[in-house]
Design a protein around this ligand. Structure first.
Ligand code: NAI
Length: 317
């Protein structure tokens, strides 16, 4: 062991997943594959889920009968790791139950779930079909709900679990032509915000990752010189951090091309105008209302309500 690793070990800062079981959805390629490999390299037993579809979620692409998930399992095994493939769809309750049963039969526990599977159906909202909207919501938002629902009872019984939702800058900040995707991706942040509260007492921590990486999802969206820097492998350490024993909960981490950052939903301090406020009074006070100098992020929704009531009391209402 070199000095650096010895030091890290002393501070309990090594990210060693030996004995832990990680399920990564949509891990047949792109970011999911990189996460699966990274967990396996650090000792985790990995369930590689992927139905092997095309980018828009249409048909299942099979390669000589070997699925995308099986290929990644072979790569992990070739490096001496332990992994199994699951070809289920995150949109199917039955498939996700089967995936859970398969993981339990093979490895006996489930410590980590990375909800990563995704599809794209980009179009402006005016041109987007209802089906394009719904399918993207189904895979990203409901798919994460379905996988999480299947796995959570195991984590609850173990009193340990780490869950990562894959969100996106499109959801956090918007992107032209991605209203379906943006809605689903920010929906995942809402899901995380409630799960972090409901399952904290069971030792389960839930976080979100907003990655940027060159994958088939982005290969026609970004110029080639940008794509070279944006390796999926450079994002995976963020997922490992969010799944470590000392992981935070309810955080949104952004990661790409070697930069890691934290995103938060913030609210300005605001101003008490009065229960008889008018839109004219709001317009007059807009500078103060929108001043983010003392902005805060709340731990839960009721903290905001508390601020409103406290302000009203302070004003002597
Ligand atoms: P990708 O297209 O390479 O990977 C997505 C994988 O999900 C594919 O292998 C696909 O077969 C699988 N998949 C699709 N539907 C599935 C289903 N119903 N059940 C199981 N597997 C399914 O794309 P990439 O870029 O690796 O995306 C991974 C995640 O990261 C996605 O959630 C994506 O939205 C998110 N993301 C990616 C960004 C990027 O820059 N690449 C930016 C922001 C978010």
């Amino acid at each position: 062991m070199d000095m650096v690793s010895a030091n890290l070990k002393e501070q309990n800062m090594t990210y060693d997943f030996t004995g832990q079981v990680a399920i990564i959805t949509g891990a047949g390629g792109g970011l999911g594959r990189a996460h699966a490999m990274a967990f396996a390299e650090r000792g985790a037993m990995v369930v590689v889920n992927d139905l092997g579809g095309l980018r828009d979620g249409s048909k299942t692409a099979q390669d000589n009968g070997v699925t995308a998930a099986e290929k990644v399992v072979q790569e992990i095994m070739a490096l001496g790791g332990k992994a199994i493939a699951n070809g289920g769809s995150v949109t199917s309750e039955d498939d996700m139950q089967t995936m859970k049963d398969q993981a339990m039969a093979a490895f006996g526990r489930i410590d980590i779930l990375v909800n990563n599977a995704g599809i794209l159906r980009d179009k402006t909202f005016a041109k987007m079909t209802f089906d394009d909207f719904k399918r993207v919501m189904d895979v990203h938002l409901m798919g994460s709900v379905t996988a999480t629902r299947a796995i959570l009872p195991i984590m609850q019984a173990q009193e340990y679990g780490r869950i990562v939702m894959t969100t996106s800058s499109s959801g956090l900040y918007g992107n032209f032509g991605q209203s379906n995707y943006a809605a689903a991706k920010l929906g995942l942040v809402g899901l995380m915000n409630s799960l972090k509260l409901e399952f904290f007492k069971y030792g389960i921590r839930v976080n979100a990752l907003a990655p940027v990486a060159a994958t088939r999802m982005t290969d026609d969206i970004m110029p080639p010189q940008m794509l070279d820097l944006l390796t999926p492998e450079s994002v995976s350490p963020a997922v490992l951090y969010l799944c470590g024993k000392d992981a935070p909960t309810g955080e949104i981490m952004t990661a790409g091309a070697g930069t890691f950052a934290r995103a938060q939903i913030m609210e300005s301090e605001g101003v008490f105008i009065g229960v008889d406020a008018t839109p004219e009074m709001i317009a007059e006070q807009w500078q103060t209302i929108s001043d983010m100098t003392n902005a805060r992020s709340y731990k839960q929704g009721s903290d905001q309500g508390q601020k409103f009531i406290t302000n009203a009391f302070k004003a002597g209402v």
